[in-house]
Design a protein around this ligand. Structure first.
Ligand code: GAL
Length: 614
């Protein structure tokens, strides 16, 4: 097997004479894998009960004849108008009670029985026909799962989900804290998804609904996966994740897939794009347990949904593609093969742009195809990391609920704070769940863990006690999974590990001054804490202002390891100095030391990739 190379192919948008040219050009470009049928439901089933597979037979035959493999998609992300027209209850309802109609895409309610039946039927028909097709390499289920709905079907299933979680109404009332504001439920029929309310919604109702929606979508995915697997268990199954998407819990989802895949669209205008791209790629590799993953989509040029859709400058698609390979991808695919002439994405970049094959973009695509073919031997190899960053969907969702102390405190920004200095230093990171296996890492970073479950806290404590080094950022260990605040000081169940007790969270509008002999003085922003050391050494302390003299950064020996607690958001240089110090103490080394800023180094298998972002 070579590295996969190709993109989304939507032949239903074109006449058959274009297909022949497509396959010829794919050969020229070295394309060996295309995703077919993502949005082809109406073309495959123009009306209930009638399937029109002839065109897809022809397309798959042409591709197979040219030696091109297919990731065959179930088309269930975009039901045809007939479904919504006949079954309006399959259309998603917003929290405002208004239904979202057809005329776009993604218009389905994951809980509507008619949607689930129709999605399964088209999936079964597709799998009956193609599960043993010689071109088939992979099943691509749905597309970028993420649609939320708040309708009555969802309400009913949500109640069932809650009953399984909390037992009975007493359990629900206790968990949701319905004694506050007279929210007590006396009948399951009263319990609703978060819809439009007069003032701020119950926080656990909001959080539980986010958990529920992720699970409901996962049921849709699993039903389709099981249908295709039943017809040929040898074909692997994936669905494409988006960059940092809060609404589907990546750890739970990845566990249900044979191989994970990523759609990533860093903004060419963003000076931090290379860093953010690297981070997304490290996340998806980690979700897949470190095994090779697939770059399912990136744009060869512009992403038309951006307010300013600047194309990728010459060489940039190559650079970001190789970044994916370096960080563990076994395929580099694009959205899409041929630029659409019509429809919502007519201005989106493509491997064959509107200008045709005689274009800069297509020439670069052909060069990339050649280069990936020359990299053979990389596929199947893995990326080693000594550092893990804890990524936790519940903490993410909970820290961004309404009425938290600082609405600008965004979870992914906090992860980026810690990822960035390591990326700049060419230290490779994995991401890990808070309750996951951490023992093989020399260093674990927890930029934020606002909500922490007792088992996760015990896991982190055991990691430190066993000799690990842990660094935790502010506003951590605050609430339990039922969004109940831990009392007696923070970080709640981790106080002993860090030898610290936080009494008050202190979000601020103006920078804080911090004095540190060990790290050099620095400023910090957004967040402070009124803390006292209870066993930890104070490495940095606030100077002036309301927190004057209070500890800002603390270090604590705990069992055989070391736990650092950072009560604020240090300016980037200061955080880089802190992490450099921690890495040195923990024996964490860069892939290559001393490279100029802007040069990224990653080791995959026995190769080192040097990527020059300058
Ligand atoms: C993705 C999607 C593709 C295409 C692409 C455009 O979100 O999966 O179908 O719409 O964006 O950037």
């Amino acid at each position: 097997m070579a590295l996969g190379f190709g993109g989304d192919y939507n032949p239903e948008q074109w006449e058959p004479d274009v297909w022949a040219e497509d396959v010829r050009l794919m050969g020229e470009a070295g394309v060996n894998l295309v995703t077919v049928g993502v949005f082809a439901w109406a073309a495959l089933q123009p009306e209930p009960g009638r399937y029109t597979f002839g065109w897809l037979d022809d397309v798959l035959g042409l591709l197979h004849g040219a030696g091109i493999g297919v990731a065959l998609a179930t088309p269930t992300a975009s039901p045809p108008p007939w479904l919504g027209h006949r079954h309006p209850d399959t259309l998603p309802q917003g929290p405002d009670g208004v239904r979202r109609l057809y005329g776009s895409r993604n218009q389905y309610c994951p809980c509507a029985p008619a949607y689930r039946r129709a999605a399964l039927a088209v999936t079964e028909a597709l799998a009956d026909r193609y599960a043993h097709h010689p071109a088939l390499r992979l099943w691509h289920i749905g597309n970028e799962y993420g649609t939320a709905c708040h309708c009555e079907h969802c309400a009913r299933r949500f109640r069932g989900w809650l009953a399984r979680r909390y037992g009975d109404l007493d359990g629900l009332n206790a968990a949701w804290g319905t004694a506050v504001w007279s929210q007590r439920y006396g009948d399951w029929a009263e319990v609703l998804p978060p819809r439009r309310v007069q003032y701020v919604i119950n926080p656990l109702q909001d959080l539980d609904y986010q958990r529920f929606v992720s699970d409901a979508l996962l049921e849709c995915f699993a039903a389709e996966r099981d249908a295709v697997r039943a017809r040929n268990p040898a074909v692997p199954v994936t669905t494409n994740f988006m960059d940092f998407y809060r609404h589907t819990d990546g750890w739970r989802w990845a566990a249900e897939e044979d191989v994970v895949s990523l759609d990533t669209y860093p903004d060419p205008n963003d000076p931090g794009a290379a860093l953010r791209g690297a981070m997304s790629k490290d996340v998806v590799r980690s979700l897949g347990g470190g095994r090779p993953w697939l770059l399912m989509e990136q744009s060869p040029g512009a992403a038309s949904w951006r307010p300013v859709a600047t194309p990728k400058r010459p060489g940039l698609n190559r650079l970001w593609s190789l970044q994916a390979v370096a960080r563990g991808a076994d395929a580099v695919l694009h959205f899409q093969w041929r630029a659409s002439r019509q429809g919502a994405e007519r201005a989106h970049g493509a491997m064959v742009p509107h200008a045709g094959p005689g274009s800069r973009v297509f020439r670069e695509i052909c060069e990339l195809g050649r280069e990936l073919a020359e990299l053979s031997g990389v596929e199947g190899t893995t990326v080693a990391a000594d550092v893990a960053i804890v990524l936790d969907w519940d903490a993410w969702r909970a820290v961004e609920l309404d009425h938290q102390p600082h609405e600008g405190f965004r979870y992914v920004d906090r992860l980026t704070d810690y990822y960035a200095p390591l990326w700049r230093a060419n230290i490779t990171c994995d991401f890990a769940p808070a309750a996951g296996a951490l023992g093989r890492y020399r260093l674990v970073l927890v930029p934020n863990l606002y909500q922490v479950a007792p088992d996760a806290a015990a896991n982190l404590a055991a990691y430190v006690a066993g000799g690990g080094t842990l660094v935790m950022g502010p506003f951590s260990g605050v609430a339990d999974p039922a969004e109940r605040i831990y009392t007696g000081g923070w970080p709640g169940p981790l106080r002993e590990v860090f030898g610290v007790r936080v009494e008050e969270h202190w979000p601020v509008l103006t920078p804080l001054d911090v004095a540190s002999a060990a790290l050099g003085d620095f400023t910090a922003s957004m967040w402070g804490e009124w803390a006292e050391a209870s066993g930890a050494d104070v490495v940095a302390a606030y100077r002036g202002g309301p927190l004057d003299g209070r500890p800002a950064i603390l270090r604590h020996r705990y069992g055989g390891g070391t736990a650092w607690y950072v009560t604020t958001l240090p300016e980037p240089d200061a955080l880089a100095r802190l992490l450099a110090r921690v890495c040195a103490d923990a024996g964490v080394e860069p892939v290559v030391a001393g490279l100029p800023p802007g040069v990224e180094a990653v080791r995959r298998g026995d190769r080192v990739f040097l990527l020059d972002h300058r």
